[in-house]
Design a protein around this ligand. Structure first.
Ligand code: GLC
Length: 553
């Protein structure tokens, strides 16, 4: 691999959710040896890097985003030695690796949280987390009404070492995820140790979980926070008491110093719920360098809306000198072939609660649009983040029965929110077997029989499969990649409506995507890849094509 410090700017990064990728030891849970065993697959796919979701010791109250120990591997997933083998195998295949850093909260099994519970009120141990006295005569009410992302209250009461009711602690997610106190120098220093620990082991970069939440303003009287997680509610001046605060950036500037100790410098990407302009702050070159753009996730299948989103993300990235990060799916949202199969106004949670039956998804439409969308994304300047299984066109498993659900949202909202398990079902490698080649036993989330149709084994030899499209697109993209600019062309559709997204890159690489249902005439150029039929010079509806013209046209 070249030591290019800018390798990330237009990279394709593939998210591995390790517990659902490949299970090498037949315990139903994916593991690191499983990832290593699939490196040839990842190499053939043509990605540049893997982002590995948490693999740390965890009681799995939140799918591993509840970390017991930041500098170890969950014994069910392997050992540090297995980690090292995985990293070197990836590197030998020319694939870089990013790991997830969960810095807003630990788990309640972390040794520092256990020490905090055992320690006195006001002790240094408690000072690493956010403990406060309750309101009411006996402290029986939470300190304030702040909500958590996973349920009505962000506070949970503790028991004193003698068993009597004690103070409350803050958790912006599940109660098993106590928030760190980022005003504590010990916490800050420990994360620096963690970053160095993984960077020294050869990790190329980091995905920073919930990067906008680390700093809080707990001065009293507490300010009201009626909702959390609604981006539109965060003021643009960084003054919210819990989210996207200005004082967060000093943390990331201190991390950049660590990243730059390495050659090439380690990279990082912020997962933030912040608007495009505020997002650019995290992506500054003296901070994390890049931030996730999630705007495409809720952009309707409409040419004008799509162009507006693309422009917004390009402009946002330009503010910091970073590149945009295009993404259609991850471990937190309904898989996009299902989203594209549903009417635009669908309430996805209600749809999941109906078991995926109301409304009935049009999976042919979902598949067509997923094929077109990925070609559009991959042609844009910037980097693309793929989620494991999307290269197979996997739809959401929307009918998981209640008794197998794992997502804390399901429990914390008493069944009113189904949660994210349906996109975390392990991926099918073979057309048969107890878990379709994921492992030798049943998987930790049940895999439906129809997963057989989507198996790697089948798609690898099936002309026109989703997997073939991804492989071809990624291979071509390597050669086509060029400067980070884009020129828009006229997107008028067949009947004069604005239905086509058409842009080109400086080297004459064009993407034309027809977001209507009717065929449109194609502009001139040599067709190098198409997501669907192109007949008699016409591009079918819900179809995308890559064309080549002489540079500058
Ligand atoms: C991020 C993760 C999500 C997790 C949450 C709390 O949003 O992507 O899976 O539940 O943070 O760590």
């Amino acid at each position: 691999m070249t030591p290019d410090p800018n390798w990330w700017r237009q990279a394709v990064v593939y998210q591995v959710y390790p517990r659902s990728f490949a299970d090498s030891d037949g315990d139903g849970l994916g593991d690191l040896k499983g990832v290593t065993s699939r490196v040839p697959y990842l190499r053939d796919l043509g990605i540049d890097a893997v982002w590995l979701s948490p693999f740390y010791p965890s009681a799995l109250a939140d799918g591993g985003y509840d970390v017991d120990d930041y500098r170890d591997v969950d014994p069910r997933l392997g050992t540090l030695a297995d980690f090292d083998v995985m990293v070197s195998t990836l590197h030998e295949a020319g694939i870089r690796i990013l790991v997830d850093i969960v810095a807003n909260h630990s788990s309640n099994a972390h040794e520092w949280f256990r020490a905090a519970l055992a320690a006195e009120v006001g002790s240094p141990e408690r000072g690493r987390y956010i403990f406060r006295d309750g309101r009411g005569e006996h402290g029986e009410l939470p300190p304030n009404d702040w909500p958590s992302h996973f349920g009505p209250s962000a506070w949970t009461r503790t028991l004193n070492p003698d068993g009597s009711p004690g103070q409350w602690y803050l958790h912006l997610f599940a109660p098993e995820q106590p928030d760190w106190n980022w005003d504590s120098p010990e916490v800050a220093a420990d994360f620096i140790t963690t970053l160095r620990f993984w960077a020294d082991r050869g990790v190329d970069g980091f995905r920073i979980d919930a990067a906008h939440l680390l700093k809080k303003d707990l001065t009293e009287p507490y300010r009201p926070v009626p909702t959390i997680g609604v981006v539109a509610d965060y003021p643009s001046d960084g003054s919210h008491p819990l989210a996207d605060r200005d004082d967060i950036h000093e943390i990331y500037r201190s991390w950049r110093v660590v990243f730059d100790e390495y050659a090439p410098p380690r990279v990082a990407i912020a997962e933030t719920a912040a608007g495009a302009e505020r997002r650019a702050l995290y992506a500054r070159p003296d901070e994390l360098g890049q931030a996730f753009d999630f705007d495409l996730l809720d952009t309707p299948w409409d040419a004008r809306a799509m162009r507006a989103t693309i422009t917004k993300c390009l402009d946002g990235a330009r503010l910091s000198g970073s590149t945009p990060t295009w993404t259609l799916s991850n471990h937190d949202i309904v898989r996009h072939p299902s989203r594209f199969a549903l009417p635009p106004e669908t309430d996805l949670n209600a749809w999941l609660l109906s078991g995926g039956t109301d409304p009935v998804p049009d999976l042919d439409q979902g598949r067509r649009r997923a094929r077109a969308a990925v070609m559009l994304l991959l042609a844009l300047p910037g980097s693309t983040y793929l989620y494991q299984g999307e290269e197979l066109g996997l739809p959401e498993v929307a009918d998981l029965p209640a008794e197998v659900l794992q997502d804390p949202q399901w429990f914390r909202y008493s069944g009113a929110r189904k949660g994210r398990d349906g996109c975390r079902v392990p991926i099918p490698w073979t057309t048969s077997g107890p878990s379709f080649g994921f492992g030798s036993a049943d998987a930790h989330l049940p895999m439906p029989s129809w997963f057989s149709e989507y198996a790697v084994e089948r798609q690898a030899v099936e002309p026109g499969s989703m997997l073939e499209l991804y492989r071809r697109a990624l291979r071509l993209r390597r050669d086509l990649q060029t400067t980070e600019t884009l020129t828009w062309h006229d997107g008028t559709g067949h009947d004069g409506t604005d239905g086509v997204v058409w842009f080109s890159r400086a080297n004459g690489w064009h993407n034309v995507t027809n977001l209507t249902t009717d065929p449109v005439a194609l502009p001139a150029g040599e067709i190098i890849l198409a997501s669907g039929p192109v007949e008699h010079g016409k591009l079918a509806g819900d179809t995308s094509v890559w064309l080549r013209t002489p540079p500058g046209q």
